[in-house]
Design a protein around this ligand. Structure first.
Ligand SMILES: [Zn+2]
Length: 460
């Protein structure tokens, strides 16, 4: 008799487990169906990219984006939508840059450059100087002041082509862009030119944030990126004629900080309203393209997650919040302000998931959390199998959610295919026409699927 009772308990356990599993499978299928047929994300991105455009912090377009996103979130019928004020840096490119290589007196070839974000302008008549090419800060140090003074330092270490993760290749190079000017200025350089962070050979310069560290105002030097094709050209011309000169004129300017906003909206949790599941992206972008991949995609996918929950009438147990962060690109002020607010209000985030790696086909997620929570996540892998989502790795999340790190929160980043991302990143190639609707919507659905699982099953 005892055995029969035990068997019945076991069987009913199995039955309810099976029931829960098939219910979840059905919900996930509803999410993907909706995303591929009725989502608003692609049309939202069309507006954000084509009607508003590049949204550099402190610009009029960034303000327009804030107001438009707020209005769209209000239209979804969320429980609340609000703006969180934040002071942001204001850097303006001014008229477009001009540069050439002067191989001999009067013989010049024009090349494609753009100022790096935060850089000072060149003198109004431009800078003309000899060029010294280096691949690393060590090489710079070996050359020393004597060989560098008065010259333009050209950082030409390419992104490593044999790495599967292009983000890893980016990490291996980006110190040239971020700290190149600070380093070269210490040896008396006149300016720096940095090979664009791009794996492809083309004619588009890629901007991005740079820093002068603690350099005083008068020691700062102009910093620009040069397209990969022109970096190759310059390098080969230097090999033939080390005495050639380079001309750079740029007209950018730093202004005092201005007020901007994070845009936030939420659906209150039905069971645990004090526990928050956050999805987000960053609303600002660079100014050269329209910021469709970086990070318009993340913005509309995150808004899309709340639209999916509303439209499918899923009532989240926990509070589901979308945060569109301001100023990820050149300051991270929105992320800091949000993390500060979280601490002050003692808010508890269960999951903070950001999409900031382009609108390409989703592959999975990276997670920053403890082993126990990560092992729980791994048990959900099968649910994603029908959608070709397979990448669940520990290590790293995304820039705007990283400041929320603590023992109880799972930080995560959506990981789309990264092979083409750096063709577009921070350049005039980052435009809406480079977005594939299905890939974009699948990314949003994948975020919604993870959110659904976390909301229903939790990590404990
Ligand atoms: Zn980004």
């Amino acid at each position: 008799m005892k055995n029969i009772v035990f068997l019945i308990i076991c069987l009913s356990g199995l039955f309810s487990y099976g029931q829960i599993k098939s219910e979840i499978e059905e919900r996930l299928s509803n999410i993907y169906d909706f995303a591929l047929t009725e989502s608003k994300s692609y049309n939202w991105l069309d507006h954000l990219s084509n009607d508003i455009g590049g949204r550099l912090s402190g610009s009029l377009n960034a303000e327009r984006a804030v107001l438009w996103v707020k209005e769209e979130l209000e239209g979804l019928g969320l429980d609340s939508v609000w703006l969180q004020p934040v002071m942001v840096p204001k850097w303006v490119r001014g008229t477009y840059e001009y540069a050439n290589i002067e191989s001999s007196l009067g013989n010049t070839i024009n090349v494609n450059v753009c100022a790096l974000g935060g850089s000072i302008a060149s003198p109004s008549s431009g800078i003309r100087a000899n060029v010294i090419e280096v691949k690393s800060f060590e090489e710079l140090a070996e050359l020393g002041k004597e060989k560098i003074k008065g010259k333009i330092v050209f950082f030409n270490r390419p992104m490593q082509a044999n790495l599967i993760s292009t983000f890893q290749a980016y990490s291996g190079c980006v110190n040239q862009r971020y700290s190149g000017a600070e380093m070269a200025a210490k040896y008396g350089a006149a300016a720096v030119l940095v090979r664009s962070m791009n794996l492809r050979l083309d004619d588009y310069p890629h901007t991005g944030v740079m820093s002068y560290g603690n350099l005083s105002l008068k020691k700062r030097i102009p910093a620009a990126a040069i397209s990969t094709n022109d970096a190759q050209l310059l390098s080969s011309m230097i090999a033939l004629n080390p005495k050639l000169r380079f001309f750079l004129k740029q007209n950018c300017k730093n202004y005092p900080d201005v007020k901007s906003y994070n845009v936030i909206g939420e659906i209150k949790g039905s069971e645990n309203p004090e526990k928050i599941i956050l999805v987000g992206g960053h609303l600002d972008s660079w100014d050269l393209g329209d910021g469709a991949h970086d990070d318009g995609a993340g913005v509309v996918q995150s808004m899309g997650v709340l639209n999916i929950f509303k439209s499918l009438k899923f009532k989240p147990k926990n509070t589901l919040r979308v945060v569109l962060f301001m100023n990820e690109e050149n300051g991270g002020r929105g992320a800091s302000a949000y993390a500060k607010r979280t601490k002050k209000l003692k808010e508890e985030h269960v999951l903070a998931l950001e999409s900031d790696a382009g609108g390409f086909s989703p592959r999975g997620f990276s997670f920053d959390c403890n082993d126990k929570y990560f092992n729980k996540i791994l048990t959900w892998k099968d649910y994603f199998e029908p959608y070709l989502i397979h990448y669940f790795k520990k290590g790293g999340s995304a820039a705007d959610v990283a400041p929320l790190k603590n023992d109880k929160t799972v930080l995560a980043g959506l990981r789309p295919d990264s092979q083409r991302y750096f063709d577009h990143h921070h350049s005039e190639m980052d435009t809406f026409d480079a977005i594939n609707k299905r890939e974009l919507e699948l990314g949003g659905a994948t975020m919604a699927a993870l959110v659904y699982l976390v909301d229903q099953l939790g990590f404990e």
